[in-house]
Write a protein that binds this ligand. Sequence first.
Ligand SMILES: *Cc1c(COP(=O)(O)O)cnc(C)c1O
Length: 433
Amino acid sequence: MINENPAETFQTPKIFPLPENVLRDVIKKFPTPFHIYDEKNIRENFRRLREAFKWAPSFREHFAVKATPNPYIVEIMARDGAGTDCSSIAELFISEAAGVTGEGIILTSNDTPADEFRKALDLGAIINLDDITHIDYLERNARLPEIISFRYNPADIMNDGNDIIGRPAEAKYGLTREQIFEAYKICLDRGIKRFGLHTMIASNERKASTFIYTARIMFELAVKIKNQLGINFEFVNLGGGLGIPYSPDELPVNLKMVGEGVEKLFREILVPNDLGNVRLAMESGRAMTGPAGWLVSTVLHKKNTYKNYVGLDACMSDLMRPALYNAYHHITVLGKENFPCDRIYDVTGSLCENNDKFAIDRRLPHIDIGDVIVIHDTGAHGHAMGFNYNGKLRSAELLIRENGNVEMIRRAETLDDYFATLNFPNARIAIRN
Ligand SMILES: *Cc1c(COP(=O)(O)O)cnc(C)c1O
């Protein structure tokens, strides 16, 4: 599909926050490839989520740190009142570094090692258990906390499962319906008095109805558990999974509709059951930072064989999503944003791995070696997913501050970093010479 006139046909315009000459200056200072994030965009995304839930008693967003695990990014949202959702010890440390502490942090991990639980307890974080057996594990390896919650897996309740997490019944996460009643009972018997309830069903979901439906399942469950066990839940956490329009043909989640739909259910289900003080929480990652990040890269090579290839200085170690999920990321060419898209290219990285393509059969303007390629919507699950296969090094991360300053918030990896875990005597010396 050729979009000759983007303004008329695009539903979600794909823009880059800096003018061409400014980005070219940034590249002189910080060589490509790099991810660059926009503080203003992140704060706006978070503001829209807060707006949608401003009716809710002390609504809290726990930003899913795994989306963009950089304390500079976490700090932006923390200053505006966000907590964090962590699923590893590193993410707990990032939260702490960014100034998020206590019950602002929720540990929603799975297959959790003991040191993670201990660190979470040290921080006073809320522990959200993924399995009924973790109650004993936690007690044995650390201690039971003052407040606890469980992750509910509603199995076959959701009918439109998702590629990434899969149908809930097939997903490794959470407790079954039977187990979740049992789990709260065990915790009550062991003296725990404060409780929350959690689920995370969708991933990259843009239909408001999915989130409203999730709320219904959770509110009804909270009432059932309350009636059966006499628990007054302090919070219900609806998880993350808010999708974003990766393609210009897509629209963002209608957050206003989500907020209004959830509010209606809150009043219908929770309020009459004396649960009107329940704090609503979400753990959005993607929708906060995804559209606020871009991977900027330079064309190193062009190759014409059975297909036409454009080879970048970035690769899959900077952005896994296209290779891993066959995910679409919009691509623009700096300075050629309004040129006709009359060529077809595969846009590749340099891994010895045929999946290492940012786009396949993509209509783009004519590309020259040295062109700057902007890959859109890389702010969440982008740099974060990077890896070192093939000895490739992960890129730097930059941040455009609200005053327009561009800061490097993580340097690119060096060969020294790559060899730092090796003891082999000459390996590290060789790269320095
Ligand atoms: C990944 C994850 C999130 C965030 O998901 P997004 O799709 O980035 O919103 C939230 N909660 C848990 C438990 C997760 O694993």
